[in-house]
Design a protein around this ligand. Structure first.
Ligand SMILES: Cc1cc2nc3c(=O)[nH]c(=O)nc-3n(C[C@H](O)[C@H](O)[C@H](O)COP(=O)(O)OP(=O)(O)OC[C@H]3O[C@@H](n4cnc5c(N)ncnc54)[C@H](O)[C@@H]3O)c2cc1C
Length: 407
């Protein structure tokens, strides 16, 4: 391979983190993003211990803590009775990780931190307003057709990473199936500066079980104290999105969640469709998938972007080794490791999280909540539970997967 350039489609958090991890290893990188700048919409925020371990390798955690919030606790509530069912403290993981907490740092802050670092790497080129429209690969290289300013040009490299999100052109052009399902209901996000901790005692990550309308409530730093609270609810698929997103409906929803004499200030409203899907492979020859291009899931538990950043770290170290002469079987190992844990952990956990919160059967509901309470009350079981939610168990499982039996 004479040209060791890695092409990246997509400058979201996963594509940018791949660029940083590869760039810092001396690999030439050319990244293309269709947007003219970083996406600024409020999306993922929760960064779990296992992902903090990965990000610390690139020196990002201190800045994320400075711009975000550090929270060791999360809670489960029973919304109809207003009872705190279970509280988990990441402090129980202090012997297993240097980061026994989550960092609530909005995705757009993390991407800005990464982009800033990329500016000091002369071997990394970041091109906004460049859309990847087609791909061709041979045994020697891969080329992408990139559209910019109404002109198409062909760019060639050794490998292509498709980090171009859930609707990935790279995945579709490579004919890789995206297996799974789409939920009927949409997810509604309403953001308010109302201080749920001071007024109600909720911590920065609180989950509410309710047979009528589950809810997640979590805090982000926003532009600084006092911060913002993001509430997530299921929304009726048959209702007109304009109605669901109207200020009146948002107000009514929040008032139902927490009745208040004063109207809520609602600073952001968003409605989105949610899928549970995993690509049939994360590798097709010289094309690799990572992040939402490879897997999507509901946001309950905050696992999606975390999984994507873990993909990026796993893939970048293997790809750099292959470009340095190691066997390209390492890339099959990447696909096997990350696809397996995406199914075994992220898909399974997020589907179960939603089921637990929305359970309608009274007996099943009671059992779910008393199980959670019993787990939280037993330090050994709570530590085990936290190993799962913090994605530490998932990372250890990925590391344990080998190619034996595949070749
Ligand atoms: C409301 C909401 C809340 C969420 N909350 C959480 C959470 O709490 N925790 C969590 O872990 N996850 C959460 N997620 C999921 C998380 O936001 C995604 O997993 C994350 O954005 C995936 O990053 P990515 O880089 O793979 O893809 P994206 O962020 O989608 O980035 C893809 C990039 O590719 C670019 N692109 C697309 N097509 C092309 C093309 N053809 N050519 C060039 N560029 C292209 C896009 O412009 C974009 O910049 C949430 C998602 C939503 C919508």
């Amino acid at each position: 391979m004479s040209d060791k350039t890695v092409l990246i489609a997509g400058g979201g958090p996963v594509g940018l983190f791949c660029a940083l991890s590869l760039g810092r290893r001396g690999v030439p990188v050319r990244l293309f993003d269709i947007n003219d700048r970083l996406q600024l919409d409020p999306r993922a925020a929760t960064t779990h211990p296992a992902t903090l371990e990965v990000l610390a390798g690139e020196g990002l955690v201190d800045d994320m803590q400075r711009l975000g919030l550090t929270e060791p606790i999360f809670q489960f509530w029973d919304r109809p009775t207003g009872t705190l069912v279970a509280e988990f403290d990441h402090g129980l993981l202090k012997d297993e990780t240097p980061f026994p907490y989550v960092v609530q740092c909005e995705q757009f802050k993390t991407t800005a931190l990464i982009l800033e670092r990329l500016k000091s790497l002369p071997n990394v080129e970041v091109n906004f307003s460049h859309e990847v429209v087609d791909i061709n690969q041979s045994s020697d290289n891969v080329s992408v057709t990139v559209r910019a300013g109404g002109q198409d040009k062909v760019v060639t490299g050794a490998y292509l990473i498709g980090a171009d999100g859930g609707r990935s052109t790279v995945r579709k052009t490579s004919d890789i199936a995206f297996e799974g399902f789409t939920y009927a209901e949409r997810f509604l996000v309403l953001t308010t500066p109302f201080d749920f901790k001071a007024n109600r005692g909720y911590c920065a990550r609180s989950y509410f079980a309710d047979p009528d309308e589950w809810c997640n409530c979590f805090k982000v730093a926003g532009d600084g104290p006092p911060g913002l609270w993001r509430t997530v609810f299921p929304a009726d698929p048959d209702q007109d999105p304009e109605v669901v997103l109207s200020l009146e409906a948002a107000q009514a929803r929040l008032q139902k969640f927490f009745p208040s004499q004063e109207p809520y200030e609602v600073v952001h409203r968003n409605l989105y469709t949610t899928h549970q899907r995993v690509a049939s492979t994360f590798r097709h020859g010289r094309v690799l998938l990572a992040g939402d291009a490879a897997h999507v899931n509901n946001s309950i538990g905050g696992l999606g972007l975390n999984g994507g950043l873990q993909d990026a770290a796993n893939l970048s170290s293997k790809l750099a080794a292959v470009l340095d002469g190691a066997s390209d079987q390492l890339l099959d190992l990447y696909s096997l490791q990350r696809r397996t844990v995406s199914i075994e952990f992220v898909q399974r956990q997020t589907i179960a999280n939603k089921k637990r919160l929305e359970e309608k059967d009274p007996a099943e509901r009671r059992k779910n909540l008393s199980d959670l309470s019993a787990i939280a009350g037993d330090p050994v079981r709570a530590r085990d539970f936290l190993r799962g939610t913090s994605m530490i168990a998932m990372q250890r499982r990925a590391e344990s997967i080998t190619l034996s039996g595949l070749y």
